[in-house]
Structure formats: structure tokens, C-alpha cells
Design a protein around this ligand. Structure first.
Ligand SMILES: Nc1ncnc2c1ncn2[C@@H]1O[C@H](COP(=O)(O)OP(=O)(O)OP(=O)(O)O)[C@@H](O)[C@H]1O
Ligand SMILES: [Mg+2]
Length: 441
């Protein structure tokens, strides 16, 4: 074997693809490691010096995006290459955001593969060279999370207290305030950071599949269960399971979850056998669970179990002193991504940002900075910001407007934020769908 050649980890649930890739790579003299699941890949990453990860996106149990996120946090210097059979714009965006260097669509030719690998590997040496420039993350221990306000410090104080133990935590707060980031900060700043962090969005799993996805199942447990399968609980073993939008968990899942929290044990669907679980659970919600208890859609006993430690992430409008530092962070991020350099913002433009109310919180700020970076010629000026931010100034300076106008404008903004999803919009607005529909008329 040629020692100069790099170690490449290939991850795909399709054995045929794995073997095809391996044949190609060996022909190019690379040393290969194969994994048929993300879990297997994690084990290899722990024990092996890997120079490049090539992964599929769509895989059962844990998908490739989770692997990319994990690898970006633990092994940021390893380049990643994504191969997938399902190209879609949305998936591509997610991949780019997750830091994958390139994207290859199946079927691909050997030459395309070779080119993509060489490109990814040279990017690696580039990264190593530029790594020593100080970034905001040196100043802030919680990877990507920045803030200096009192309200933000309250959040980091609790993170400090929970990061090294396995106490259950619930993270609450409006949409876009950074709940998922808080969960990641707890995991990655604590002493279990080398163990898996698995994020599951309960709202994204159909109710009838939730139990099987979370707790695993036995062959024959239901139609379609053709083999024994691990769930997210088994996958997160030793680490953290992040249950996002916990308010949408089915009642069957809630019952099992309560048992997992109280007795530290679970059973797979279709099995009587008790399995001990050793994981930390972090749940998150932007819904008011107390209302859901009243409606009998959320178990009260589970609520009390989950809320022993609650981290309430404050909305951006209550920590406006963080706007400048967040803006600086996003300018750095998108400046480098889109313009290859650091951009500045004029004091006037920053003032506009600081006056605005931020119903979509940090996510909205991030989107606006991203857009401004793309629109701006040099530094970010007031003209590079969307009009509705500026109207807000006009409004506060010189005029009173009828409530209905403001309501209309606000509903449209929330709808834009949820990309037209009315259920989500109604949730944010705190009204039911029917009322929203009437208002839209
Ligand atoms: N303190 C922070 N510093 C830097 N970036 C942040 C911070 N908080 C949030 N962000 C960024 O804002 C965006 C939204 O954060 P996140 O997804 O964690 O919000 P969320 O509360 O989970 O939202 P939702 O309820 O809609 O799921 C992400 O891109 C995240 O990186
Ligand atoms: Mg979230």
C-alpha cells in the first residue's frame, strides 16, 4: 500500500454503491474505510485518522446531514464530499450550510469522482493553513453561539451547570431564538462531547412512526418491519438525544419517554425486552406546553419531568445589545462565503437593525445579513437592508397607523418567515388556523 495516499471514509447504506466507490478509490490508490450507517461511521472516526469523508444523505435511522454536522463540530478539518441520488435545491443548501465541500449526484463518472476528491483534499490543506486566524469562536466557548447581554449570560450560566451531567433539560423560546444551538452548546462544551449528539425533530416524523423511529423495533412488529432496527435512543447511546418540537410527540411516545426518564429504560416496538438507556435528553419547544396539557395532548407528569431544568432563550428584542456582535458574526460568516472577505456595516445601518423588533429573532437577523452581504457593493449601508426594516423607523418617528395595517403587515411577515406554512404561522401568532384564514381573507 502506498503510504502517501489518504484515508477515505465512505458512508452509504447501499452496499452496491459502497463497493463501487471502494473499487474506484482503490484504483486511485486511496485507502478506504466503509460504513453502512452513520453509527458505524462514528466508530471509525473515533479510532482512525480520516482525511476525507464521502457520504450519502438519505439513509435510514440517522441521515448523512447529521453525520456532516457531527463531523463539522468534532473534526472541522476533515473535508466532506456528499454523494446522493436525490438532488434537490433544499438538500443542496443544507449541505452547503453544513460545510460539505462538494456535492456529487449519482450516477457519476469515475473522472467526476476523481476530480471532486482532489478538490476536496486540496481544500483541506488550505483550511489547515488558514486555521490560525483568530475567530469569534476563540472568544466564545460555545462554538457558534455568541452574545454578551445579561439575558444571554443567564442562558450560558445554566449551560455551565448542566453540561457535565446528564440532567434532563428543556429549552424553550420563540422560533429562531437559538434553541437548537443551546442544545448543541450543552453537548459539545461538556464532558460527553465525544459521544454522539443526535437531533430529532418530532414534528418531522409522522405520528404513527414516531415510536419505532425513536425506540427501535423488532422484525415483524408491524407491516414493513422486515428486520430489527435501532432507534434514535440506541443511536444516541452515551451521548445526547435532542428532541425538538417535543409538543408534537405522540401520546404513545410521551408514555415511553416518561419511562425512559424515570426508570432509564426503554423497550423496542414489538419487544418485551427491557433495555437500559444511558443518555441525556434535551427537549425543545416553542409551543406553550401548559396549553397542550389543558387540551390533553401533552402529559402533565412528563411536563414536570422535563421542566426540572428549563432554559428559556430570550427573544432578540429583549437582548438588543447582542445585535451588534451577532451582526459581526454573520458578516464574517457570509462575507467569507459570498465575497471572500470581511465586510463592515455602517453605524446608520446598524442603528436600523437595533431599532427593529425582530419577530423572527436571530434567524431573521441572520437571513437579513446574508441578503445584505449579497446585495452590498462594499460595506453594508441602510440601502442594502429590506424596506420593512426602514418603515419601522418611519413609523416610530412620525406616525400613527391603523392597527389593521400593522396586523396585515405583520401576518405577511410571519408567513414569509414560515415560507407560507399557515399552521406554523398560526402557532407563532398564537391564533388558530381558522382565525388566520379569516384574517387572510
Ligand atoms: N447566540 C447565537 N449566536 C449566533 N448564532 C445564533 C445564536 N442563536 C441562534 N443563532 C443562529 O440563528 C439560527 C436559528 O437558531 P436555532 O435553529 O437554534 O433556533 P430555534 O430556536 O431552534 O428555532 P426554531 O424554533 O424555529 O426551530 C441558526 O442559524 C443559529 O445558528
Ligand atoms: Mg429549532
Amino acid at each position: 500500500m502506498n503510504l502517501r495516499k489518504e484515508n477515505i471514509l465512505i458512508v452509504d447504506d447501499d452496499i452496491d454503491i459502497l463497493e463501487l466507490l471502494q473499487r474506484h478509490l482503490q484504483a486511485m490508490d486511496y485507502h478506504t474505510y466503509k460504513a453502512v450507517s452513520v453509527k458505524e461511521a462514528l466508530f471509525i472516526l473515533k479510532d482512525t485518522f480520516i482525511d476525507l469523508i464521502i457520504t450519502d444523505i438519505q439513509m435510514p435511522e440517522i441521515d448523512g446531514l447529521q453525520l456532516l454536522k457531527f463531523a463539522n463540530e468534532h473534526y472541522p478539518e476533515i473535508p466532506k464530499l456528499v454523494v446522493t441520488g436525490y438532488p434537490s435545491i433544499e438538500a443542496t443548501l443544507e449541505v452547503i450550510k453544513s460545510g460539505a465541500t462538494d456535492y456529487l449526484t449519482k450516477p457519476f463518472t469515475k473522472a467526476e469522482l476523481k476530480e471532486a476528491i482532489e478538490k476536496a483534499l486540496t481544500q483541506n490543506t488550505f483550511r489547515k493553513k488558514t486555521k490560525s486566524t483568530p475567530t469569534t469562536s476563540d472568544k466564545y466557548p460555545y462554538s457558534d453561539m455568541v452574545g454578551e447581554s445579561e439575558a444571554f449570560k443567564k442562558v450560558t450560566n445554566i449551560i455551565e451547570r448542566v453540561k457535565d451531567n446528564k440532567a434532563t433539560v428543556i429549552v424553550t423560546g420563540e422560533s429562531g431564538t437559538g434553541k437548537e444551538l443551546v442544545a448543541r452548546a450543552i453537548h459539545y462544551s461538556g464532558k460527553f462531547s465525544r459521544e454522539p449528539f443526535i437531533a430529532v425533530n418530532c414534528a418531522a416524523i409522522p405520528e404513527n412512526l414516531q415510536e419505532a423511529e425513536l425506540f427501535g423495533y423488532m422484525k415483524g412488529a408491524f407491516t414493513g418491519a422486515t428486520e430489527n432496527r435501532n432507534g434514535f435512543f440506541q443511536a444516541a447511546k452515551g451521548g445526547t438525544l435532542f428532541l425538538d418540537e417535543i409538543g408534537t410527540a405522540s401520546l404513545a411516545v410521551q408514555t415511553k419517554l416518561l419511562r425512559a426518564l424515570q426508570e432509564k429504560e426503554i423497550t423496542r416496538v414489538g419487544s418485551q425486552k427491557i433495555e437500559k438507556v444511558d443518555i441525556r435528553i434535551i427537549a425543545a419547544t416553542n409551543a406553550n406546553l401548559r396549553n397542550e396539557i389543558k387540551n390533553n395532548t401533552f402529559r402533565e407528569d412528563l411536563f414536570y419531568r422535563l421542566t426540572v431544568v428549563e432554559i428559556n432563550v430570550p427573544p432578540l428584542r429583549e437582548r438588543k445589545s447582542d445585535i451588534a456582535i451577532l451582526t459581526e458574526k454573520f458578516l464574517r460568516k457570509y462575507g467569507i462565503e459570498f465575497k471572500d472577505r470581511l465586510l463592515r456595516i455602517s453605524p446608520e445601518a446598524l442603528k436600523v437593525l437595533e431599532r427593529y423588533n425582530w419577530p423572527g429573532n436571530i434567524r431573521e437577523l441572520e437571513n437579513i445579513i446574508q441578503r445584505a452581504v449579497i446585495m452590498a457593493d462594499g460595506s453594508i449601508e441602510v440601502k442594502d437592508l429590506p424596506d420593512f426594516l426602514k418603515y419601522q423607523i418611519e413609523f416610530s418617528d412620525n406616525g400613527l397607523r391603523p392597527l389593521i395595517d400593522i396586523e396585515k403587515e405583520y401576518i405577511q411577515r410571519v408567513l414569509a418567515h414560515t415560507k407560507g406554512n399557515k399552521t406554523r404561522a398560526a402557532e407563532i401568532l398564537g391564533i388558530d388556523r381558522k382565525t388566520l384564514r379569516e384574517k387572510l381573507k
